[in-house]
Design a protein around this ligand. Structure first.
Ligand SMILES: [Zn+2]
Ligand SMILES: [Zn+2]
Length: 339
């Protein structure tokens, strides 16, 4: 099969021929029909301190069709459309056997060198990492399930009630996906805080009620202009040094802060301010069983559409050039590879 592989930090990706995966016992092989390019892929391909192995196939946001069914796997048909999640579940542990592969104790990360990803014509996976999608739902929509379910989980962690106001810090894909899920849960209005003009414009185009540059305007004040009070809930979807502190300063007293992204550096925040406001601060990571199925249902039924976030679709051959272009400032939200 053809696959687009990582060579070295900051070097262009390369499309090469590699052996086809074969579905062994307990495995499935999926023909990749759509795979999103995530900012974490761009970041991993730049990292010189923690480089990916040469030859790694990236891509962890994907959908396709069942192409091979390994011995001992039942309940699938060749050609059936599926979403493949970003963890390769072991299929053996108690969680996997109970149908909760999302909680697999021994899963491998797809697309970052632990298990091959979706920048290829075929991918080997296991039933515990695969979710059926209805025929008629587009593969492009299927490729947005993985990032969308992160937003759904964050909104669930926030326990959003209809009519609550939200601020979202960071208008990248995680922030925009969180907005779609918060709006579907009845949150109104929704205000963004982001330093980048292009990302603020994307948020407004996708239905945010306001979007401010935190160097110029405070998102709490922007919300107070709309509703008379700071937001009930603030999501940190940037995860940069200082954004958790910003969330604490923006939210109303007795409000909730949910971190859906996190800085990997130590990052001081003001506990006195958080205590004075008596805030609930929660972190959102991983998934609950059932959330992937719900996300697929929201997309298939049209309750949420991620189509406006898909700004470009490309072939596998175009991927090395497009991937390099995405490393520069750009106006894309989600670019989808269709191998
Ligand atoms: Zn991703
Ligand atoms: Zn497992």
């Amino acid at each position: 099969m053809r696959a687009c592989v990582f060579k070295a930090p900051n070097a262009p990706l390369e499309v090469i021929d590699v052996p086809d995966p074969i579905a062994g016992p307990g495995e499935l092989v999926v023909r990749v029909r759509a795979c999103g390019i995530c900012s974490s892929d761009l970041h991993a391909a730049r990292s010189a301190t923690d480089p990916l192995p040469a030859g790694a196939i990236m891509g962890h946001e994907l959908a396709g069709e069942i192409a091979q069914i390994g011995p001992g796997v039942n309940g699938y048909e060749i050609g059936e459309p599926v979403v493949v999640m970003s963890y390769l579940a072991c299929g053996e542990c108690a969680n996997c056997r109970a149908g909760a592969g999302v909680r697999c104790a021994d899963s491998r990360l797809v697309g970052f060198g632990e298990a091959p990803g979706g920048y290829a014509e075929l991918i080997a996976t296991r039933p515990a990492s695969v979710f059926k999608m209805p025929r008629g739902m587009s593969f492009q929509a299927g490729a947005t399930v993985e990032p969308l379910v992160i937003g759904l989980h964050a909104v669930r962690r926030a326990k959003i009630r209809a009519g609550e106001s939200c601020a979202i810090i960071g208008a990248g894909a995680t922030g925009l996906m969180t907005m779609l899920c918060a709006r579907e849960a009845g949150a109104r209005p929704i205000v963004f805080s982001d330093r980048a003009l292009d990302r603020r414009e994307s948020a407004l185009r996708l239905g945010a009620d306001a979007a401010v540059d935190p160097r110029m305007h405070h998102a709490g004040a922007a919300m107070a202009k709309l509703t008379g009070a700071p937001p009930d809930v603030v999501f940190d979807c940037a995860g940069e040094p200082g954004t958790l502190a910003e969330a604490i300063s923006v939210v109303r007293p007795r409000g909730r802060v949910v971190a859906a992204s996190a800085s990997m550096e130590d990052d001081g925040f003001p506990p006195g301010l958080a205590m004075g406001k008596e805030l609930d601060i929660r972190f959102s990571f991983g998934l609950e069983p059932g959330e992937v199925e719900e996300t697929i249902e929201m997309l298939a039924s049209g309750r949420i559409s991620t189509a406006p976030l898909i700004t470009h679709a490309i072939s596998l051959d175009d991927l090395p050039r497009a991937f390099a272009a995405l490393q520069q400032p750009n106006r894309q939200v989600r670019v989808i590879v269709e191998p």
